[in-house]
Design a binder for this molecule. Structure first.
Ligand code: ZN
Length: 318
């Protein structure tokens, strides 16, 4: 299922316009959807990488801040490193980025001295991989402060409650960011943000809407979270990404949390959040119950956990 990055992929036609693989320790898997990687033209480089404590194929001084020059981030023995990584990482954590686009999210993370994310998932379904999965990114410390050691992360483009003018403390919107059109609720993208999309003419319409108001509203870790849904393209890429991560890192099982009584995915932080092996939301691992850790609500009230649960439960290889 995996192959060395250095080997040519003979199944891919020469005319393939974009890369479709994700990579861990140089081992690749094809997720059959466009992926802009940090090591390729047009890619975005994670501004802040760290070494994972339990891995042994990098310089240990990379485990903690400050961020070093890119040339320091070398994996000395990729094959041995990959075996260690497969034992170490067992969670894939989903986030909203509170941004218009993935490049917008990247701008925000570049302004931080420690934050990063392995993946960004843009409105049009384009995936960015910003560094090899060997590295740790500080995306979700979790309530035990060990969350990033055991996880890989994706930041999905969505403004969350900042899309509502009444709650837009960050962007001070004069009107809601979504408007109801012929095709459904659509995100109004400022021209400067639209130009950041890979597919410039993409229409960012929500995958599903709630009633006449469009946005969903559910309580998560004590806060009423109001937000519009992600796009259909984002769900399709996310499902492929989950399968790809599972192929590369099999301890990240193709499952999400399920409440045995309701049969639904809970939204609040889980009791056993540190042990769960699979796909989780940031809110599932971080309610801010520890000193210095903030309460989180992502991927939010609109995220369709049922769809992801059903998709991952299917036997299909994709
Ligand atoms: Zn988050």
């Amino acid at each position: 299922m995996t192959k060395k990055a250095a080997e040519p992929n003979r199944n891919k036609p020469d005319t393939a316009p974009l890369n479709t693989t994700i990579v861990a320790c140089g081992f690749e898997t094809d997720i059959e959807t466009p992926v802009l990687r940090w090591d390729q033209a047009g890619g975005l480089v994670c501004p802040n990488r760290r070494g994972r404590e339990s891995l042994n194929h990098h310089k240990k001084e990379l485990n903690e801040a400050p961020t070093c020059a890119p040339s320091h981030y070398k994996i000395s023995n990729p094959t041995a490193a990959y075996e260690e990584l497969k034992q170490t990482v067992y969670q894939f954590i989903l986030h909203y980025d509170v941004c218009y686009t993935s490049r917008h999210c990247h701008e925000v993370l570049q302004n931080s001295s420690f934050k990063g994310s392995h993946f960004y998932l843009d409105l049009d379904g384009t995936l960015y991989q910003t560094c090899d999965l060997y590295w740790k990114t500080n995306t979700a410390p979790a309530d035990d402060k060990l969350g990033n050691e055991r996880a890989v992360h994706v930041e999905m483009a969505n403004l969350s409650w900042q899309a509502l003018s009444a709650e837009s403390s960050l962007y001070h919107l004069k009107q809601d960011a979504y408007v109801l059109g012929k095709k459904g609720w659509k995100l109004r993208l400022p021209a400067s943000r639209r130009s950041q999309l890979l597919q410039k003419s993409y229409q960012p319409v929500v995958a599903r809407a709630f009633g006449e108001r469009g946005y969903f509203s559910r309580r998560i870790n004590g806060r009423q979270v109001r937000m519009w849904d992600y796009t259909e393209a984002q769900y399709q890429t996310l499902i492929r990404l989950c399968r790809g991560i599972n192929r590369l890192l099999p301890r990240v099982q193709l499952k999400v949390p399920v409440d045995p009584e309701s049969g639904r995915t809970p939204l609040d932080r889980l009791k056993n959040f540190a042990q769960f092996e699979g796909v989780l939301g940031h809110a599932h691992v971080q309610a801010g119950t520890t000193e210095g850790i903030t309460c989180k609500y992502d991927p939010g009230s609109a995220f369709n956990w049922g769809r992801l649960r059903r998709a991952l439960g299917r036997q299909s290889s994709r």
